[in-house]
Design a binder for this molecule. Structure first.
Ligand code: SF4
Length: 168
């Protein structure tokens, strides 16, 4: 898996102060995508154990002030990203069990539920921002998403209640 960047102390992508990992690879081709270069799975650098450990060490150093990890892209649910992200999440949780994980996907909640592979990744996370970016639904007042079709979903509660529970 390749990644285009890691943003430390990110206050935009998710609640609180976070570490954001931007992975490469996306098939959605949304019009006016904010990060078009990341569509190519080969864009950026290889995400290796070195980067995994750097992120974990950063949390250990600044743990109290950093709330969690955000996974963006590209699309973290792009097929080739699922296995490496699952591996990283497992290690992340073993080291930092009290941190939350937010994930963005161009697929909707309903589409993810129908795809075993994508679901295996989503269910390890806490919050999902779902769906493609739709340019004519763009709304700059929205938090954590670009267009009004996208939802901020509490994954655990939604699975528990068997219906979408949006995160407030
Ligand atoms: S899903 Fe995200 S990265 Fe992919 S094309 Fe749409 S806006 Fe761009």
């Amino acid at each position: 898996m390749n990644y285009s960047g890691i943003k430390y102390a990110d206050m935009i992508n998710g609640k609180g102060i976070r570490v954001s990992l931007f992975v490469s690879g996306c098939t959605h081709c949304c019009k006016n995508c904010f990060n078009e270069e990341t569509w190519k799975e080969t864009y950026g650098n290889k995400f290796t154990e070195k980067e995994e450990d750097e992120i974990i060490e950063y949390f250990k150093k600044y743990g109290k002030t950093i709330r969690g990890l955000s996974l963006l892209g590209g699309d973290p649910t792009y097929p080739k990203n699922i296995k490496p992200l699952l591996k990283f999440i497992k290690k992340f949780k073993e080291n930092l069990p009290d941190k939350d994980i937010w994930i963005w996907s161009g697929f909707t909640w309903e589409e993810i539920l129908e795809d075993e592979n994508r679901f295996s990744l989503i269910k390890e996370c806490d919050i999902l921002i779902d769906g493609k970016y739709i340019d004519n639904l763009k709304d700059l007042n929205l938090k954590w998403r670009g267009s009004s079709n996208q939802r901020v979903i509490d994954i655990k509660k939604s699975l528990e209640k068997n219906k979408i529970v949006e995160y407030i």
